[in-house]
Design a protein around this ligand. Structure first.
Ligand code: ZN
Length: 79
């Protein structure tokens, strides 16, 4: 492999990364902040919830269930 090959490979990687970033940005512009669908039940997450909590990845119901599970898990590990 020559230095030229190496540089070409590097710039190809950069193009790929830029493409990924552009796709992610386009997706974010389409769906707004946060995930459009709950990662657990796949139901749409309301826009109000996404705007209030852009980091939300679950709908209110699944988030509640998840929090309860987490609390249970903590309790179990403490025993
Ligand atoms: Zn859900």
């Amino acid at each position: 492999m020559t230095i030229g090959d190496f540089e070409r490979e590097l710039s190809e990687q950069r193009v790929e990364q830029e493409k990924d970033a552009a796709i992610a940005a386009a997706r974010a512009a389409l769906t707004g902040p946060g995930l459009a669908h709950c990662e657990d039940c796949d139901r749409p997450i309301s826009e109000a919830r996404r705007q209030a909590l852009p980091s939300a990845t679950r709908c209110v119901v699944c988030q509640d269930l998840h929090e309860i599970d987490k609390r249970k898990a903590t309790k179990w590990t403490r025993q």
